[in-house]
Ligand binder design. Structure first.
Ligand SMILES: [Zn+2]
Length: 412
C-alpha cells in the first residue's frame, strides 16, 4: 500500500497559491519575491520536522539536522516559468520534506534556487553556482527582459528571505547522496503503465546561432535567378533540423526555436536571417554529430544561393551520466514496494545533474497524467504521488543505513 500523500498535495497547493499566474498557472520567477516566499514556506515546514533551515550565498535553501554528519538530501526547486504548473519543482521539494519527517536520522532537504531558464535565459543557477560550474561574473552577464542582471536580482531575492539564517558557503560535504524527484515532462511513463521513471542520463544542450547573409533587393524587380535570399537558406536549415531531429530520435533532439530576419519587409528580399538551434543528446558526442550534419547542410543551402553563413556557438555541454548505483538503489526500492518503475533519460536540465558532480545523485520522475509541463494543466495521479513518497522514504532510509548497492558504498 502506498503512503497517504494528502499533506504533500495540500502543501503543493499552498506553494501554488502564493503567486497564481494570469492564466491559472503558477508564476514564481527565478530570484523573485515569490520564489523567496516559497522558500520561506518550505523552511518553516522543515523546522517543524526538526531540521535547521538556512540559505547559502547562492540562494539555495539547506534544511539539515544539527551537527556536521553527512546526510541523504532530497529536494528540487520552487521557482517556475510564467504561468507554469503546480508540480514542476514543488513536487520534489514537498516530497523531500515529507520524507524527512517520516524517516528521521541523517537526512535533509536541499532546495536549489533559480532553476528555470525562462527569466534569465539560463537555468539551474543556484546549483551551478554552488558547484562552481558558473561564476558570479556569468550571473552578472545574464539579463531578464527588464534589463536586470541575475546577480543583482539574486541579492534582492536574498534580502526578501528576511531573517532566514545565512550560511557562509554551501555545505556540499554534508551531502552523502541526493535524490531529486520531479514531475515527468512528457507522457511516456503513463503510456508504459509505469508510476516512476529513473533517469540514467541527462542531455547536454548544444546551442548555436546560424547567421545567413544575402542581399536585400526589390521583391518585384529582382529576377528569381539573381536573388541572394538569406531567408530561403535559413528556411532550408530549419527544415533540415526537423529532419535530423527525426533521424536521430530518440537519443538526440534538434529544434530551430528562433528566427530573425532583416529588413523584415514585405516588399524586400531578406538580406540576412538568423536561426537559433538547440540540440540535445543523451549519448556522449551525439549532439555534436547531429550539429555537424546540420552545419554541412546549412552551408550547402547558403552556397547554392550565394549566401554567406556564419556559425556562432552559444553554449555546448556534454550529457551527464547519472550514478549507476543510485539508479539501482531506486530500482531496488521500487521492487521492494511493488512500484512500477522504468529507466529513462531526461532531455531537460535539472539540479540533480549538477549535484551529481559532488555526490551520488538520482533523478526520479513521477508519471505525468497528460504529458503537459510548464503549463497550468500539469497533473499527476495521487496514487503515483503516494508511490513516489514511499520510494523516497525507502531511499532516504536505505541510503543512510548503507543498504544500497556495493559500488555506492565505496564511493565516498
Ligand atoms: Zn523543474
Amino acid at each position: 500500500m502506498t503512503p497517504d500523500a494528502g499533506r504533500v498535495l495540500e502543501r503543493i497547493e499552498e506553494i501554488f497559491s502564493l503567486a497564481p499566474g494570469p492564466n491559472g498557472g503558477a508564476s514564481r520567477p527565478a530570484f523573485s519575491g515569490a520564489e523567496a516566499r516559497a522558500m520561506l514556506l518550505v523552511a518553516g515546514w522543515a523546522r517543524e520536522a526538526g531540521l535547521e533551515a538556512a540559505v547559502d550565498p547562492h540562494g539555495n535553501l539547506w534544511c539539515l539536522p544539527t551537527g556536521e554528519a553527512p546526510c541523504v538530501t532530497g529536494g528540487s526547486h520552487v521557482d517556475t516559468v510564467p504561468d507554469g504548473g503546480r508540480y514542476d519543482g514543488p513536487l520534489g521539494t514537498v516530497l523531500a520534506v515529507e520524507a524527512a519527517v517520516r524517516t528521521g536520522g541523517n537526512r535533509g532537504v536541499l532546495v536549489c534556487a533559480a532553476e528555470e531558464a525562462s527569466r534569465f535565459g539560463a537555468g539551474t543557477l543556484g546549483s551551478r553556482t554552488m558547484t562552481g560550474k558558473i561564476s558570479e561574473e556569468d550571473l552578472s552577464r545574464l539579463r531578464d527582459s527588464g534589463g536586470r542582471d541575475a546577480l543583482s536580482a539574486r541579492s534582492v531575492y536574498l534580502d526578501a528571505l528576511g531573517d532566514l539564517p545565512r550560511l557562509e558557503r554551501a555545505p556540499l560535504e554534508r551531502i552523502s547522496s541526493h535524490v531529486e524527484v520531479h514531475v515527468e515532462q512528457r507522457a511516456d511513463l503513463r503510456r508504459e503503465g509505469l508510476s516512476l521513471g529513473v533517469a540514467t542520463a541527462v542531455a547536454g544542450p548544444v546551442r548555436h546561432r546560424l547567421r545567413f547573409f544575402g542581399e536585400v533587393a526589390h521583391a518585384g524587380e529582382t529576377p528569381a535567378t539573381e536573388r541572394r535570399d538569406a531567408l530561403c537558406a535559413a528556411a532550408e536549415t530549419v527544415l533540415l533540423a526537423e529532419k535530423l531531429g527525426r533521424d536521430y530520435a530518440p537519443v538526440t533532439t534538434a529544434t530551430a526555436g528562433t528566427l530573425d530576419i532583416h529588413p523584415n519587409s514585405l516588399t524586400s528580399i531578406p538580406g540576412s536571417a538568423e536561426v537559433g538551434v538547440d540540440i540535445r543528446g543523451v549519448l556522449p558526442g551525439g549532439a555534436r554529430l547531429l550539429l555537424g550534419e546540420l552545419l554541412r547542410g546549412a552551408r550547402e543551402a547558403a552556397d547554392g544561393r550565394g549566401v554567406r553563413l556564419e556559425d556562432d556557438p552559444l553554449s555546448e555541454a556534454e550529457p551527464t551520466e547519472m550514478d549507476g548505483a543510485m539508479v539501482s538503489a531506486v530500482e531496488e526500492a521500487c521492487g521492494r514496494l511493488g512500484v512500477r518503475c522504468g529507466r529513462c533519460a531526461s532531455f531537460a536540465g535539472h539540479d540533480a545533474q549538477h549535484l551529481a558532480a559532488v555526490a551520488p545523485a538520482a533523478l526520479v520522475f513521477v508519471a505525468s497524467e497528460n504529458g503537459v509541463s510548464h503549463a497550468p494543466g500539469e497533473a499527476v495521479a495521487e496514487e503515483d504521488l503516494g508511490a513516489a513518497l514511499g520510494v523516497l522514504c525507502a531511499l532516504v532510509e536505505g541510503l543512510q543505513s548503507g543498504r544500497t548497492p556495493q559500488t555506492l558504498r565505496g564511493r565516498r
